[in-house]
Structures are given as structure tokens and as C-alpha cells.
Write a protein that binds this ligand. Structure first.
Ligand SMILES: Nc1nc2[nH]cnc2c(=O)[nH]1
Length: 468
């Protein structure tokens, strides 16, 4: 795609798969996707029934109003971060793996983030796959679970073969079907007698009130996943047409958060309260029968295709940076899929709570560092280049700005999130870790005078791609 000259490395794999760009920015002339197409791809994540579950569990345990307030908080924080990150990606043509290289981490520093990010997608892929396997197994218990794991684990691999254009088609065609199933589920729930007499938002379990500990616990649950959606918007926003940028960054960065936490989470609250059941795997099948299984199949395949896509991009970046190993994105699609299958077969996903807690803190802090670096270090203080360098030849291996900020904030935040610093900090750990990460980013950038961002300034980046 003519980008070899720019990267200084051989990009045969990219040439074969014209829409790959796993190790390279998307060149300006290839940024040709409309905002609606890209927003639609990110809806693959937003339609996951995981968000039903979040809403239902929070409402039944901590009260509907606390669940609603925490959802509004999640939409605002994740939406603001997502919009900024979508802007950086649309301007530079890079996803967060590439942005991190010149955005405060250095190229080995950025491989650290890529690796943790990749493991997160593999774990989510296994988690989402197991939800699907459980629903199908419940309906057809004669098929052994391991067969279902192999089948549904494998099916997402070919669905990722042709990159972003294939994702676009898949999400586009399956969205109307999702809409039909969703409306059917809402109608079926509405015509059933409600398990709760009042309006759904007034539901409160015994002894729980609005605000206080119950609200903090809801916020703590939201923190577990809020960092991920803003970051992964970048895998898709980098393909945005420049002329769609104004509306596009908002559509890609903010609207999916409204859908995840607001619409799906809100429906989860309503279903949970109405049916008195926290598990959508149970109530969707109760409401729709065999169609409930098909609905689950659809939502889980939609989300797992995006998990495999983002996972493969992150693994490509890690192995290129650290081992100079560049077998092409498709190789990493297979590795991500197989790793998720192994996690499912070994049944260890449900024993990774501490790891998931760490990931939640880490992802929000990482998003905060990227945004702080762009807005404060690049734009206000102007102590690092106004563009994002991604070529190893021009980069230092490590930049303490992002690496130290992320390690310190994630470690402190995880200790707090695991409950070692009291119950207030347990629920708010990811938020405070991201504030700490932002402050450290500015302090370390000032102390190091931005020395470790680039070895030498480039003069071949178009002004159009500068973010500051
Ligand atoms: N990207 C992503 N976000 C999620 N949020 C909740 N579940 C998931 C998932 O499997 N993948």
C-alpha cells in the first residue's frame, strides 16, 4: 500500500491484505470509511449481552437507581475518553498500540501495553465464548461442551480473515437481526406479569438506599470494563474519512458508550427487575426459547469477532516490537482464537478475577495517559512532537513518561481495587488510578523534558496528521 517507504520495514503482509495495517498507520489516502460504517462495527461490542448482565446484577443487588447513576457516570467518563482517542486515531491513522509508541511509552514500552491488551482480548473472547456455549448446551445438552467450545471458538477465525471490510459487512448484516430479536425479547417481557409492582427504576432490595456504598459498588463494577471500549475505538477510528472527522469522532467515541452502558445496561436493569433474574443466559432463553439461543449466538459471535480482531492487532505489535517477528495479522488471528479456545477448555476464565481487576484499572489508566499526553504534554506544554512517531528507527525503546505512570498507577490501583486500602478506594480505584496516571504523566514529562519521545524529529509527516 505504498507505506513501506514510510515505515522503513518490509510490509509484504500489509500489501497482501490491503486493509490490514497491523504494524503501520493507515495512510491518509486509505482512510476512506464513513462514520456510520465504523460506528456500526463498534456496535458489535455494544450489543453484547454482557451489558444486560451488568445491568441486571447491579439492579437486583444494589438497586435500580444506583445502577442507573453508575451507568450515567460510565457513559460520561468512557465517552469523553473514547472521543479523544477516536480523534487521535482519526488524525494519525494509528490505533492505541501504535499511538503508545510515540505517545509516551517508546517502542518496547508500547509492547508492554500491547501484550496486556492482547491478553485482555483473549480472556474476554473466552468469557464471551463460554456464555454462548452455556446457552447452547442448556438447550441441547446432548452435545458435549468441549465440542461446542471447539466449534464456536473456531468459527470466529475465518470471520476475521479479511480484516476491517469483512467486519463491516458482518456487523452491518447482523445488526437488523439483532434489532428484531431485541424487540421480540422486550415485547415478551412486557406482556409477562412483572415480578415487581412499582416502576422499574424505583426497585431497591431490602436495606439498600440510593447513593453510599451501594452506588460505589455499582461504580466499581463499571470500572472493570469502562477502559476497554474507549481504547478499542481506535482500531476502527483510524480508517475514518477526514471529511467525516467532526461527527465521526463523537459517533465512534461516545455513541457506543451510550449504547453499552445506557441502552443495553438500562434494558438489563429493566429485564432484571421485571423478571427477578440476574442472568440473561437464563431469561433470554425463557423469553424467546430456541430464538433466545439464536439471539445469544448472534450477540456473542458479533463481540468475539471484534475481540479476535483487536487481539490479533495487539499481538502483531508485541511480537514485532520485541522479537521482530512479523508473520502477518492472520497468523495472530489464529493464535488469538486458539488461545481463547484453550482458556475455555481449561475452564480457567472464571478463576481470573484478580487478573480482570488489574486489567480494569490498567486500561482506564492507559486511556487517561494517552489523552493527557496528547492534550497536556503535546498541545499545552509542547515538550514532545505534535505528531505520533511509530517507526522503531526513530524511537527510544522506553519512555519513562507513560511506562512509569502506567506501572505505578496500575499497581497502586490494583492493590486498592482488591480491597487493601478500604472499601471506598476499592470501588473507586480505577478512577483514582487514572487521575494519578495523568498527574504522573505531566510530572515525568516535565522532569525528563520530553527527551525520550523521539530520537530525531521527522519531517515527512503531513501537517494534516499533527494532533498539536
Ligand atoms: N471489547 C470487549 N468489550 C467488552 N465489554 C464487555 N465484554 C466485552 C468483550 O468481550 N469485549
Amino acid at each position: 500500500m505504498g507505506s513501506d517507504k514510510m515505515t522503513g520495514h518490509n510490509n509484504n503482509n500489509n500489501n497482501e491484505m490491503s486493509d490490514d495495517y497491523s504494524l503501520d498507520r493507515v495512510p491518509l489516502k486509505e482512510r476512506n470509511m464513513g462514520w456510520l460504517s465504523i460506528t456500526n462495527i463498534t456496535f458489535g461490542i455494544a450489543t453484547a449481552i454482557f451489558y444486560f448482565q451488568m445491568g441486571s446484577v447491579m439492579a437486583l443487588q444494589f438497586g435500580a437507581m444506583n445502577a442507573i447513576i453508575s451507568a450515567i457516570y460510565a457513559i460520561i467518563v468512557a465517552g469523553i475518553l473514547g472521543t479523544f482517542i477516536a480523534y487521535l486515531s482519526a488524525k494519525s491513522g494509528m490505533n492505541v498500540n501504535l499511538l503508545s509508541r510515540g505517545g509516551g511509552f517508546g517502542y518496547i514500552g508500547a509492547s508492554l501495553t500491547s501484550f496486556i491488551y492482547a491478553t485482555n482480548f483473549i480472556m474476554y473472547c473466552a468469557l464471551e465464548g463460554l456464555i454462548l456455549v452455556a446457552a447452547v448446551h442448556e438447550f441441547i445438552p446432548t452435545i458435549p461442551e468441549w465440542v461446542l467450545i471447539l466449534f464456536f471458538g473456531t468459527i470466529v477465525i475465518p470471520l476475521n480473515w479479511f480484516g476491517i471490510k469483512q467486519l463491516d459487512k458482518l456487523q452491518k448484516w447482523s445488526l437488523p437481526l439483532f434489532g428484531v430479536f431485541l424487540i421480540a425479547a422486550i415485547v415478551m417481557a412486557a406482556i409477562q406479569p412483572s415480578g415487581y409492582d412499582g416502576t422499574f427504576w424505583s426497585y431497591m432490595p431490602e436495606g439498600v438506599q440510593v447513593g453510599g456504598t451501594a452506588l460505589l459498588l455499582c461504580i466499581g463494577m463499571q470500572h472493570g470494563i469502562m477502559g476497554l471500549t474507549p481504547l478499542l475505538a481506535s482500531d476502527y477510528a483510524r480508517f475514518l474519512k477526514p471529511k467525516d472527522r467532526k461527527i465521526g469522532i463523537f459517533a465512534i467515541g461516545f455513541i457506543p458508550q451510550i449504547f453499552c452502558f445506557g441502552v443495553m445496561g438500562g434494558l438489563g436493569i429493566w429485564f432484571g427487575v421485571r423478571l427477578g433474574e440476574p442472568n440473561p443466559g437464563v431469561y433470554i432463553v425463557l423469553l424467546l426459547g430456541i430464538f433466545g439461543v439464536l439471539f445469544t449466538m448472534l450477540t456473542q459471535i458479533r463481540i468475539n469477532v471484534t475481540n479476535i480482531y483487536s487481539g490479533s492487532l495487539s499481538l502483531s505489535n508485541f511480537f514485532e516490537n520485541v522479537f521482530k517477528f512479523k508473520p502477518g495479522r492472520r497468523f495472530w488471528v489464529v493464535v488469538t482464537g486458539v488461545a481463547a479456545i484453550i482458556l475455555m477448555l481449561m475452564d480457567i476464565v472464571n478463576h481470573l478475577e484478580a487478573v480482570m481487576t488489574f486489567q480494569g484499572v490498567f486500561l482506564l489508566a492507559w486511556a487517561a495517559i494517552l489523552v493527557t499526553d496528547a492534550v497536556i504534554v503535546k498541545k499545552v506544554l509542547k515538550i514532545s512532537p505534535g505528531y505520533y512517531e511509530w517507526r522503531q528507527i526513530n524511537l527510544f525503546k522506553w519512555n519513562p513518561v507513560g511506562v512509569v505512570s502506567l506501572l505505578v498507577s496500575s499497581i497502586v490501583g490494583t492493590i486498592a481495587a482488591l480491597g487493601y486500602m478500604g472499601s471506598f478506594l476499592q470501588s473507586t480505584a480505577a478512577f483514582f488510578a487514572s487521575i494519578l496516571a495523568a498527574i504522573l504523566t505531566v510530572i515525568i514529562a516535565l522532569i525528563s523534558k520530553g527527551k525520550y519521545y523521539v530520537k530525531k524529529e521527522s519531517n515527512d509527516i503531513s501537517k494534516e496528521e499533527y494532533v498539536a
